[in-house]
Design a protein around this ligand. Structure first.
Ligand code: ADP
Ligand code: MG
Length: 245
């Protein structure tokens, strides 16, 4: 999986696809900036991602990775520019409208697992069901089974290893069969064996058709993606195709 074909074009528009024009775009970020006072956290970012693609976002600390993920993940809005998700213009929606879209279309995986500490693994998954539609214990157990944790369903987060907690998060993210999976440093707190297990799960989801966007500091994690987008100072510095197509 050698990195080749460094696309450093000057048009500042980055089309992330495998030249299959029949595929629809799940994400279109156009001229997006996020400005805090005089600080440009993002500056004229353009990205087009076709459905089913696996993308990684890399860049030094402070380069705007989380800001971009928050905007794509319907947790924040840009100062200017536009964002289309699954054909819908989400640029100027209210927070409650964004929340609904997030629940329907997006599965979020974080570095800090964000599990509710006093709920069991099973209950943590069921909370996600509650917010999405209806609580269904059997389905929640199936989701835990998918990530190899059926036997840990009744454990509290503190009784689980870091890798197991991250797998609960993935089970929770899968509950609504999300079209788009966003993971911000999903293996940042994990050892190598657990990282491998999480990457295997992401590969499974990708094979099932999910679009995946992973923010990572790790070149190894980034290599799993078809395309790597490098952010620097809030701009897309380059796009690298990893030639896994
Ligand atoms: P990364 O995830 O790549 O480390 P971030 O997206 O978190 O970077 O941040 C990009 C820049 O925007 C940083 O300089 C950060 O300090 C700034 N920033 C992020 N969120 C805010 C905020 N709510 N208010 C002010 N500045 C912010
Ligand atoms: Mg960050």
């Amino acid at each position: 999986m050698a990195i080749m074909n460094i696309d450093n074009n000057n048009t500042n528009h980055h089309n992330i696809n495998n030249n299959n024009t029949n595929k629809t775009h799940i994400l279109e970020v156009k001229d997006v900036s996020k400005i805090y006072g005089s600080l440009h956290a993002l500056s004229d970012v353009n990205l087009t991602v076709e459905e089913g693609r696996w993308l990684s976002i890399m860049g030094p600390s402070g380069s705007g990775k989380t800001t971009l993920m928050n905007i794509i993940g319907c947790m924040d809005t840009p100062t200017c520019g536009s964002v289309h998700l699954d054909g819908q213009d989400i640029t100027r929606l209210s927070l409650s409208e964004l929340t609904k879209i997030r629940r329907d279309k997006i599965g979020l995986i974080f570095q800090q697992f964000h599990l509710v500490p006093y709920l069991t693994a099973l209950e943590n998954v069921m909370v996600a069901q509650y917010y999405h539609s209806m609580v269904d214990e059997k389905e929640a157990l199936q989701a835990l089974d998918r990530v190899g944790l059926a036997a840990r369903a009744k454990h509290l987060p503190r009784q689980l290893s870091g890798g197991e907690q991250q797998r609960v998060c993935i089970a929770r993210a899968l509950i609504n069969y999300p079209k788009l999976i966003l993971a911000d440093e999903p293996t940042g707190n994990l050892d190598e064996a657990n990282e491998e297990m999480i990457m295997k799960l992401l590969h499974q989801l990708h094979e099932e058709g999910s679009t995946i966007i992973v923010v990572t500091h790790s070149p190894e994690v980034s290599q799993h993606a078809q395309t790597t987008v490098v952010l620097e100072y809030g701009k897309v510095a380059r796009v690298v195709n990893n030639h896994i197509d």
